[in-house]
Design a protein around this ligand. Structure first.
Ligand SMILES: [Zn+2]
Length: 289
């Protein structure tokens, strides 16, 4: 029994569990400590501390403390055995915990862009020069090799980062040497798109939803929407002053995406750069264009 409990706690660190349940924390000094609002009692000033190294929590507000199982007992009002059974079910990260880690990853990649002239050169070659736009779209660069260190120092475990697809099984950065665009849905970042700066690697997304058409929420009220094939087309046209834009993510513009666009906007048009139209001619006429 004791061995199983230890294994469980090792497999699911307390901090990961809390983050999967939307606990927002910031590092508190040294010694792998984190602090945030207490999930066990109502408070406005953070007094709930987690020591990631010891895998323990303590709240200075309500005086509760202990390990992961103790936390589950208190937060879900379960017995020790019930808590174990609850924790043995496979955990699925929530959308909010994904959004938090993708937000941190995006910010990290944005910082890297300034340090790697080859990444800026690539953006310039692709016609993207406007620093304000690069900032607005939160475009960044993944040099490779440093994301793991950065995010584990922020308290995210290797397992969690693997789960999100940010690292491969060796711990290397999944977006290695790619320009990275965050993809949003309802304000949250739901995925990332990476484009190799040397064409040495295929472009890629994280596993899971891409959040539909890019920036769709911003344009769905427009009477006319321009649909482009890729994010670089999007950025370059935006820079040229076209703001009623969206873009299909991935290689296929599927009929459902297009149909959903048509049902909410009166007209959808495309510039000549809309190559998807020619690549998939049978799809779009079937959608009624
Ligand atoms: Zn408390």
């Amino acid at each position: 029994m004791g061995e199983d409990v230890d294994k469980l706690k090792q497999h699911l660190p307390l901090l990961d569990y809390l983050r999967q349940h939307n606990w927002i924390a910031r590092p508190a000094g040294r010694n792998s400590e984190f602090v945030g609002l207490c999930p066990l009692h109502a408070e406005t000033r953070p007094s709930f501390y987690v020591n990631a190294r010891k895998n323990l929590f303590y709240c200075h507000g309500c005086g509760q403390g202990g390990d992961l199982i103790r936390f589950v007992q208190l937060s879900r009002n379960l017995s020790f055995r019930q808590s174990l059974a609850y924790l043995e079910q496979p955990a699925v990260p929530t959308d909010d915990s994904a959004a938090a880690v993708l937000q941190e990853t995006t910010a990290f990649y944005q910082q890297q862009l300034d340090h790697y002239p080859e990444a800026m050169r690539y953006l310039n070659q692709r016609g993207l020069q406007d620093p304000a736009l690069i900032k607005e779209l939160q475009i960044g660069y993944a040099p490779g090799g440093s994301l793991r260190r950065y995010l584990t120092a922020a308290g995210y475990s290797f397992d969690l980062l693997r789960q999100f697809g940010l690292l491969n099984s060796q711990g290397a950065d999944a977006f290695y040497q790619r320009i990275v665009f965050p993809l949003r849905h309802s304000k949250n970042i739901v995925n990332l798109y990476g484009r190799s700066i040397s064409n040495a690697f295929a472009h890629r997304f994280l596993p899971g939803s891409k959040g539909g058409l890019y920036a769709w929420e911003q344009v769905q009220q427009c009477s006319e929407v321009i649909l482009v094939e890729g994010l670089f087309d999007y950025a370059v046209l935006w820079q040229a002053g076209f703001h009623n834009l969206t873009c299909s993510l991935g290689t296929h513009l599927n009929a459902d995406q297009f149909q959903s666009e048509r049902t909410t906007s009166r007209t959808a048009t495309s510039p000549s750069s809309w190559r998807a139209r020619y690549r998939h001619p049978p799809r779009l006429p079937a959608s009624g264009t």
